[in-house]
Design a protein around this ligand. Structure first.
Ligand SMILES: Cc1cc2nc3c(=O)[nH]c(=O)nc-3n(C[C@H](O)[C@H](O)[C@H](O)COP(=O)(O)O)c2cc1C
Length: 730
């Protein structure tokens, strides 16, 4: 609920200021470009801090007998207005150390004036300035609410810099860019708001007043400017402007605006007659202007430009995320009190809701009284006979935001009749706590007297329509429903597909139905050995463990009779292209920090290990145990590859077991023989990685448990929790 309030605030503010944000971001980007250009202007004067007024004003006075005013802007460009020795009017950029004219004083380019006016006031004068001020303040609130959402999403401030899980392109980059640019955005919003407030004199307006009593001991003849005490104390880098006395009258002075104060100097004696320091409001306004415009620092101007440009992306990605969420909203013709079927949803990003919607629509079409709502809206359901729960897992095995209250509500609200329930959990095996929240609900409901489990908990990995239809089949069988069992009904078009090209492919033989496929992904693709490649033959997702060899993806595939994925891949020819998705599988990446790694594979499970061994340039102590049925030519080729890697110390030892050759052996037998090595490896913090069939994983884990028990060591569950036993089996 709290999450939704913040999200609602974040979104409402963004929607409210949308059009203006677009304008100020776009114009802000252009102004940052102009600020950066100005910083590189040849009219800039360097080393101003090493030059005092006493050193240079006499030179200027000589070259320009009448000077009205000298101004120095934030770009260290010095303009002089006056008359030169030949009586010419001068309004030009000069070098203050020599008086040399560097160029004619010019207004900023017309496009810069135009963009500045649009940025500051939208061409609407004071009304426009007010709108821009409000937009800046909205941006400040959007940034702060975004920060709260981010901290909640990361499960606390401590995990501020932790990895951001990828779930949708727009979402991932919205959140990642938000974290990266948080400080500059906050500064832009804060300074923009402050400048507007100052413009409308909310903090009052500073009026500088000098109390001057002209010195009584005025000399007959003015002193030489080079000896002016006041000028000796001021260097050019401090100066904003110098107003010259209009006439040789004791009541006319030099008025000099510095960065932090205004100074009045006597034109005859050169003494400081008065100096008034600016108040905090003015100083803050100056600082805000520097920070907001990037006018004093090229690097900062570039950052501002990038942030402004990125703001356009924030607007786009934020609305894309919202659209995705809203698209999955559903209408409920029956109330919670009327419905026989209650569908409860826990979904953060909307995909789980889409599965629930598909079931909801079918039940309504079948004429049933159905009500679909969030898990947070759990209440008494007086007519309910069936409760179907669709629950995604977020955070680290936690409830999505629209389900956080369910665990508290459940014990408080008891149903008055028996209700059959079935839970389908949505998650990703890339996370250590797969479908953790669905499992938690299953336990909670099992403790309710009124709740009768219709089906065991079913899980869906990575929104797989295939996994989901398995549940639908079980549900149809347990009820008299006839829900669609066709995967197309639930298939959610995969995103982030990229085109892969076949680089090489081995052929299957009668002896060995396994083949190796090498694919070239687009150059920008980022992946690691152990990640998964999702392909979509006939709209069904099939996942394969990948090895990263150079920049290519290498798969080892067993061709199954009428296998959808393997058949599709086997039909590919060199040069063919197809679309697929790379799925990050952080739970099965090479453990960089481990002192030793022991890899256990059977069959095609050896695939990712080839990439990992090739990547082991640091020569981490690595062992390979692999099991196959026969020593086919392909497997012999594997043995040669392993020997070659052993020769260059990328793997320390390798052992192969053959279960259908004479003297049959399994991978477990090899491990049993090396009990000391395996147990020692775990106790010194090493990692065991298992890839291959579920059956092999189960047998290896049973054997490991026995082995560890006999040594009074921790069990497999402990090492799994400790990320010392990693598995990727199928
Ligand atoms: C920030 C985040 C954290 C996640 N944490 C887990 C997790 O701990 N366990 C899990 O099985 N899946 C986790 N997932 C995967 C989601 O449960 C999965 O993508 C699900 O299909 C999303 O459903 P939704 O779109 O309805 O929110 C996480 C996803 C994200 C974005």
């Amino acid at each position: 609920m709290t999450l939704s309030i913040w999200r609602y605030a974040h979104l409402t503010l963004a929607a409210f200021s949308f059009a203006f944000l677009l304008i100020v971001s776009l114009t802000g980007t252009l102004l940052a470009v102009s600020a950066a250009q100005e910083r590189m202007s040849p009219l800039r004067v360097h080393d101003l801090q090493n030059l005092t007024l006493a050193q240079t004003l006499p030179i200027l006075r000589k070259a320009y007998p009448e000077i009205t005013e000298i101004n120095i802007n934030h770009n260290q460009q010095v303009t002089l207005q006056g008359i030169d020795a030949d009586g010419n009017d001068i309004n030009a950029y000069i070098d203050p150390s020599t008086g040399q004219i560097l160029g004619k004083a010019q207004k900023p380019a017309e496009w810069v004036q135009w963009v500045t006016a649009l940025h500051r006031s939208l061409f609407l004068h004071e009304t426009g300035r007010l709108i821009v001020g409000i937009t800046s303040f909205c941006l400040l609130l959007i940034t702060l609410s975004g920060l709260v959402l981010f901290v909640q999403r990361q499960q606390g401030l401590k995990r501020f810099f932790a990895k951001i899980p990828k779930d949708g392109w727009a979402q991932y980059y919205h959140v990642t860019a938000g974290r990266l640019l948080l400080v500059p955005i906050l500064l832009i919003a804060l300074t923009g708001s402050y400048l507007s407030a100052e413009r409308f004199e909310i903090f009052g307006k500073e009026k500088i007043k000098h109390n001057i009593t002209p010195p009584s001991d005025a000399p007959e003849k003015p002193l030489n400017m080079a000896d002016f005490e006041g000028f000796k104390a001021i260097n050019w880098a401090q100066v904003q402007s110098i107003e010259f006395p209009f006439a040789p009258d004791p009541e006319e002075y030099f008025t000099i605006k510095l960065q932090d104060r205004e100074v009045v100097i006597d034109q005859f004696t050169g003494k400081i007659l008065s100096q008034v320091f600016y108040n905090k409001t003015t100083m803050l306004a100056n600082l805000s202007l520097d920070l907001h415009t990037g006018r004093t620092n090229l690097g900062w101007a570039v950052v501002l430009g990038l942030v402004s440009l990125n703001m356009l992306f924030f607007v786009y990605s934020g609305f894309a995320m919202t659209y995705r969420r809203l698209r999955t909203r559903v209408r409920n013709p029956y109330t919670a009190a009327e419905a026989e079927y209650i569908l409860l949803v826990g979904s953060e990003n909307g995909s789980t809701r889409r599965f629930a919607n598909a079931i909801h629509t079918q039940l309504l079409q079948a004429g049933l009284h159905v009500h679909l709502t969030d898990l947070n809206n759990y209440q008494t359901f007086p007519k309910a006979k069936h409760l179907l729960i669709f629950a995604a897992t977020h955070g680290l095995g936690d409830a999505p935001s629209n389900a956080r209250k369910f665990a508290t509500l459940l014990p408080q609200i008891t149903q008055n009749q028996t209700i059959n329930f079935a839970i389908v959990g949505f998650g990703s095996k890339a996370y250590p706590d797969f479908c953790g929240y669905a499992k938690e609900i299953q336990t909670l409901l099992a403790g309710q007297t009124w709740a009768n489990a219709l089906l065991p908990l079913h899980t869906v990995n990575d929104k797989s329509a295939q996994d989901f239809t398995t549940w639908v089949k079980a549900l149809n069988a347990a009820t008299n429903l006839t829900l669609s069992q066709n995967q197309d009904t639930y298939f959610q078009k995969p995103k982030h597909l990229r085109t892969l090209r076949v680089i090489s492919k081995t052929t299957v033989t009668e002896q060995d139905q396994t083949f190796i496929l090498t694919l070239r992904p687009p150059f920008w693709s980022r992946f690691e050995s152990g990640d998964l490649l999702a392909i979509y033959p006939q709209q069904q997702e099939r996942l394969y463990s990948v090895a990263k060899i150079g920049r290519d993806i290498q798969l080892i595939i067993k061709l199954h009779e009428s296998g959808l994925g393997s058949g599709f891949l086997n039909n590919l020819k060199i040069g063919d292209t197809f679309r697929a998705r790379l799925v990050r599988n952080v739970a099965f990446h090479w453990p960089e920090a481990a002192p030793a790694v022991l890899m256990i594979a059977n069959g095609t499970g050896i695939a990712p290990f080839w990439g990992m061994i090739a990547q082991n340039k640091k020569h981490t102590e690595a062992y390979l145990y692999a099991g196959f049925r026969h020593a086919t030519p392909l497997v012999q080729q594997y043995q040669q590859m392993a020997t070659a890697q052993q020769n260059i110390s990328q793997v320390k030892t390798h052992q192969f077991a053959f279960s259908r050759e004479k003297d049959p052996k399994y991978v477990m037998d090899l491990l049993q023989k090396d009990t000391d090595l395996v147990a020692d490896l775990l106790t010194r913090g090493g990692v065991i990685m298992i890839c291959g069939s579920w059956a092999m994983q189960r047998d290896v884990e049973t054997m490991l448990n026995q082995m560890l028990k006999s040594r009074n060591a921790h069990d497999v569950a402990y090492y799994k929790n400790n990320n010392q036993i990693l598995t990727d089996c199928y």
